[in-house]
Design a protein around this ligand. Sequence first.
Ligand SMILES: [Zn+2]
Length: 254
Amino acid sequence: MYRKYFVWNFDDGLEQDRKIIEVLKKYHMGATFNLNSGLYGEKTFEGRIGNLGMTEMPYDEYQKKKFRLLPYVPHFRIPEDEVKEVYEGFEIASHTLTHKNMKKCTDEEIEREICEDVSNLEQKFGQKITGFAYPYGAVNEKCTQVLKDAGIRYARTVKSDPSFRFPEDPLHMPMTCWHISKKAFDLLDEFINARPEDGDMLFVMFAHGYEFDFGTRESSWYTFDKICRTVSGHSDIECVSNGEAFRRHEEEMK
Ligand SMILES: [Zn+2]
């Protein structure tokens, strides 16, 4: 009997994750949080156009500006001395040490960005780190090799693939859907009604916590709650972390 897995992915380790976790707990859902261990506590503001965060402004610059062209929301990362408690019970995955674009890094930088982050996170959270998300979705071959050597089993890009299949190449794992997509609820319905006949099914929903602060029709705390309410509570859908979905899926295949 094949199974269906729904996983939330949240990037950057933001203050909004605290509120996200309250909602996840209410609906008994797991999730994966992709953190940058070199940026704990960093504060910037994210300017949006429509439902997209477009530009990051440093904290001081934001405070000085009287007129701003875009609406901004806080992109504040949780301080280092609080992260362990905040994320207790959830999967932590790497998002590089300092959120660098891997395509713009030297080989040495790539190694440092990945290996130091994985080792910092393992020490801090006492979990084996097996997941990764490419900052800006930027992938290169060196990076994939370093991930393999660091014991990473799956790495998420920002490409979308609405097929609900487990990825053939887990080190280039697409998401199913970004929560701001206009198709999000149609895809959820399709997933809820689907019967897994040729294999386990996977739905990877991606978000940054700050996007729920936008308060637009597609991207708000109300919509976040509604997605969780829609997908949870179905006995044939397991709402877990990426790592847990892969672990159960691989066990099934043995
Ligand atoms: Zn990011």
